[in-house]
Design a protein around this ligand. Structure first.
Ligand code: TRP
Length: 335
């Protein structure tokens, strides 16, 4: 159809997306969609690995996450939005790839470890431990070249590359069956939580959502943890240990250096600094809110985009599976 390189990325459908997603991946997708053939997966099967007891939440989140993507500027004419559970090629590839990964490698995956701790898992399900394998299938069912992700996903990308290389070695007979994907990392460091926690996360309860209104944002920023040694406005602050400064760095780049300087010499107080940040966040989010309102009142249109995205993804996935089975010898006329 065209010879653009392909991007594949995805979001778990376990609730709405937040500023951490925006910085880590969404912004990059929006920028890159003009240059690359972009596919965004609504990862409802991966959502099950942690939320299998909440199928209702996963179902509701499908449209919410699609709207999050559309309202930050993904153009449905350029980007394919597809629902993971509707693409059988991903499930099939997951099974084939699962032979090529040892349980110990998965156990030592740092993101799996962190998430297991976060969710309080002591004994991991097979599905949760194996989700990085399924993510390799997400990425490769369409032979993606590039994957825009946040830092926490890098171990998964590394694993995907290993699996694909091994697969090609074993079944490719000298040719590349599956494209070895590359990570594209955001140029902004991971967002800390406003509570000072090391990561903004849906499950950590410290997130600013793309769908939050102006007042909610102002409230969340007002309660953010700053330099706890700074009590009076006349105390000199230390931006290095202040969560708000990290947000200025991410969302208010032009003023960042200046604000840090003013904090260090006590010429700006935390209240003014926070008000400034809330204003900047609102400037970024207000056009996003406007688009959201449009899609929220046209949910059928959103579902239509997903339906046609599934169709396109399946056309691509079925072709991949046919060639994968062919190279593995899993075809009737070769028996
Ligand atoms: N694991 C990713 C996250 O938690 C979501 C995801 C699912 C993904 N499938 C993907 C990301 C494929 C990149 C590529 O954010």
């Amino acid at each position: 159809m065209n010879n653009k390189k392909r991007i594949l990325t995805g979001d778990r459908t376990t609730g709405r997306l937040h500023l951490g997603h925006f910085i880590g991946s969404l912004q990059n997708r929006v920028k890159l969609q003009y240059e690359y053939d972009t596919i965004v997966l609504l990862a409802d099967v991966q959502a099950l690995t942690t939320h299998f007891e909440k199928p209702e939440l996963i179902k509701e989140s499908i449209v919410d996450v699609a709207i999050d993507n559309l309202s930050v500027g993904l153009d449905p004419e350029k980007t394919t939005i597809a629902l993971q559970s509707q693409i059988p090629a991903i499930a099939e590839l997951t099974v084939f790839y699962s032979m090529l990964v040892s349980v110990n490698v998965l156990r030592h995956n740092p993101t799996i470890k962190t998430e297991a701790k976060q969710y309080g898992y002591s004994d991991l399900t097979y599905g949760f431990l194996g989700y990085p394998v399924s993510q390799a299938a997400d990425i490769t069912f369409c032979n993606a070249d590039l994957v825009p992700v946040g830092e926490d996903q890098l171990p998964h990308l590394e694993l995907s590359r290993k699996i694909v290389r091994r697969f090609n070695e074993l079944y490719g007979k000298g040719r590349t069956c599956i494209t070895v994907p590359e990570a594209m990392l955001s140029d902004t460091p991971r967002l800390v939580g406003l509570d000072g926690n090391s990561k903004m996360g849906k499950s950590l309860g410290n997130a600013i959502y793309l769908s939050d209104d102006e007042k909610t944002i102002a409230d969340k920023v007002r309660n953010a943890v700053t330099d706890t040694n700074r009590i009076a406005v006349s105390d000199k602050g230390n931006p290095e240990i202040c969560s708000v400064s990290k947000y200025h760095r991410a969302f208010n780049r032009t003023e960042y250096d200046n604000i840090c300087e003013m904090c260090r010499n006590a010429s700006i107080g935390c209240v003014a600094c926070k008000n400034n940040l809330s204003e900047k966040l609102n400037n970024i989010l207000s056009p996003i809110r406007e688009k959201r309102r449009y899609y929220e009142s046209n949910v059928n249109l959103v579902k239509e985009y997903i339906r046609s995205g599934n169709e396109r993804a399946n056309a691509i996935g079925n072709e991949t599976i046919a060639s994968v089975k062919e190279s593995m010898g899993l075809v009737m006329d070769k028996i």
